[in-house]
Design a protein around this ligand. Structure first.
Ligand code: DAH
Length: 371
């Protein structure tokens, strides 16, 4: 900090303006770095100190010896400078870290806020769900941390059944003391929500269940250990396999275009009997055969089947814990079908994405294409 007061070059207005501007600038610069109480006190003493303060020195050097006619213009400028100093001291203390005094460059580009969009996987889930809403289905959701009972047992995967091997998953730790049916795991499919829905509701049921599922699968271009499924369940009197075929044929046409054909291949799932895999005619080559469909003309898209009576039996056993006479899911009176599809697989086909990892990368160059 400089202590000397420069000589006034004259008492005319420009000379006074220049002299006070220098002092004012000096004060402004110092005010920008008053991070501590100690710095503020030093600043106060430096300017307002009774004996050696800058204002006292200015008053001595410039005011006292000024000719009468210069007293007023000098005094006005002196008071403005004093006010500036006092305002600095009255302002609340600002820490240097939270408020740098910076110049504002108005030529810099502004902050551009992009409107958000739904993630392509969410969008695909919405599209599929919408198709089924138009058929009178409603939506249900279930927990991602699921019990062994809902994820496996009630779906007719008994303990140690080999079908469990294809659906290995993370188990929640520290549950050795629990009965096996209550042990928790990350759900491997959305099918447990079929059970939850039937325990809570009587037929007729028409429900779709979108959600996240987990499996011990190595990640590659078409697999991810966390992915998404959409489950469907329809239970009512007189539901037949042709209802299942008609419903899924319609849904595939609604999703991929009316030219798409479907075919049903025998398959196996513990919770449906009979079970089928649904294939659609290749949407890339129209069925002629290409690399995408491995030259078969068909692409496998989902699993389905008629609800196995063993599933209705498990549901009935649970419902009878609350109402011993419950007979809502008597397989002599009602039948149903179920289906399950992978959301990523559908999204990859709809958008021509060849690497599933792109959906999870958070790379804006990829995601922006869906805006
Ligand atoms: N849950 C099966 C899976 O993850 C998919 C599935 C197949 C669901 C057939 C169904 C079904 O509801 O009927 O592999």
């Amino acid at each position: 900090m400089t202590d000397t007061i420069p000589q006034l070059t004259g008492y005319d207005e420009p000379a006074l303006d220049a002299a006070f501007a220098t002092l004012s600038q000096e004060a402004t610069q110092q005010a920008a770095s008053l991070a501590t109480e100690e710095a503020r006190e030093n600043f106060r003493l430096h300017w307002l100190g009774r004996k050696q303060g800058r204002l006292k020195l200015v008053s001595d050097a410039w005011l006292k010896s000024a000719p009468i006619e210069a007293r007023k213009p000098l005094g006005m400028r002196f008071n403005l400078l004093k006010q500036q100093i006092e305002q600095v001291l009255e302002a609340p203390a600002v820490s240097l870290t939270s408020a740098h005094v910076q110049g504002i460059d108005i030529s810099l580009p502004g902050t551009n806020r992009q409107p958000g969009i739904a993630h392509p996987l969410l969008n695909t889930m919405h599209e599929v769900v919408r198709v089924f809403h138009h058929l009178g289905y409603s939506t249900n959701l279930g927990p991602q941390v699921e019990s062994d009972f809902y994820n496996f047992e009630a779906l007719n995967f008994p303990p140690n059944h080999p079908a469990r091997d294809t659906q290995d998953t993370l188990q929640i730790a520290g549950q050795q003391s629990r009965p096996s049916r209550d042990r928790l795991l990350m759900r491997t499919h959305t099918s447990p929500v079929q059970i939850r829905t039937m325990i809570a509701q009587e037929p007729p049921i028409r429900i779709v269940i979108p959600g996240k599922v987990h499996r011990n699968d190595a990640a590659d271009a078409t697999h991810s250990p966390i992915f998404h499924q959409i489950e469907g369940l329809c239970v009512d009197t007189n539901i037949t396999f042709s209802d299942l075929k008609g419903t899924l044929d319609h849904a595939m046409k609604a999703l991929f275009g009316s030219a798409v054909k479907t075919r049903f291949f025998p398959s196996f799932f513990p919770f449906t009997e009979p079970s089928a895999d649904v294939q659609i005619s290749c949407i890339f080559c129209g069925g002629a055969g290409c690399r995408k469909c491995k030259h078969s003309g068909w692409i496998e898209l989902l699993g389905c089947g008629m609800v196995d009576p063993a599933v209705f039996a498990a549901v009935t056993a649970e419902r009878r814990k609350i109402n011993p006479d419950d007979d809502a899911y008597n397989p002599e009176k009602i039948t149903g079908f179920a289906f399950g599809m992978g959301v990523e697989r559908i999204a990859m086909m709809l958008h021509g994405v060849s690497d599933i990892g792109q959906f999870y990368s958070g790379d804006m160059r990829f995601l922006e294409q869906f805006a």
